[in-house]
Design a protein around this ligand. Sequence first.
Ligand SMILES: C[S@@+](CC[C@H](N)C(=O)[O-])C[C@H]1O[C@@H](n2cnc3c(N)ncnc32)[C@H](O)[C@@H]1O
Length: 270
Amino acid sequence: MRSRTKYDYRKYIAIVAFLCTKPQWGIQRIKQRIRQWKDRWHKKRVVEYNNCLYSFEDAITSVTHLQAPEIKKLRASASVAELKQYISDTISHVSGPSFPLSSCASFILGEACYIVCRALKPKVVIETGVAYGITTAFILKALEENQQGILYSVDLPLPILGYKKFVGLAVPPQLKERWRLHIGAAEHVLPGILKTVTGLGIFVRDSHHTYASMLREFEIVWPYLNSGGLIISDDADINDALLDFAGAKKVTPVMIPQPEKQVKIGMFLK
Ligand SMILES: C[S@@+](CC[C@H](N)C(=O)[O-])C[C@H]1O[C@@H](n2cnc3c(N)ncnc32)[C@H](O)[C@@H]1O
């Protein structure tokens, strides 16, 4: 049996501290555990995601006006390369308890967020699930280059003491002007944000990957999303939520493979 490490004990202390100081966060985490357990009944259609699988370029073309050469050019641009370097350097210097690297977004998702934001020029972007802020940084980079748009991000931090210094750590300080960070559970925080914004062009969902959480977030955001607006979800083929939701709204999803993560990115337009 694995012996307990210093990190395990800090984690337990953190969970108790969270339950005492932020009981609603503790309750949400317990709810999410139960949802995870129930997910075994919501994986009946996952093979169908393979029918919507496209290359990166074809998927982006289908949701924007961009053609493959323009997409490749943006993907290979100096600003994307610089941002990736900044993110890698920043994350490699993190020590002690922190977000597991396996739960960080891939650069493929970051690039997809960057390119769709450059192409669709949204006035408002909302994302759920920040962690170190890889997707956050790519979206903010695009908004800065567009010279318009605000990003609202929501994160319910992992029970780590000192979590505040980790959330969005990889976001370059000079990009933070267009960023509004909200801490809490997405399904509780989103309605308040949505009441105060107009012109939601893109929603990036990367918080808790269970059927109930994903479906709930899609349902909350959908009425506020511009017609022609875009939803992107990481880990989209992990359960039936995206297919069930897209089917109910009669829209067609496209999926992008992420070889390094073995889960797909899903996208669909309203
Ligand atoms: C997969 S990570 C996000 C990765 C991030 N997009 C990136 O670019 O690396 C998921 C994040 O969502 C947070 N989270 C978990 N449940 C949540 C919830 N109900 N609402 C908002 N955030 C949540 C986790 O603490 C974690 O920071």
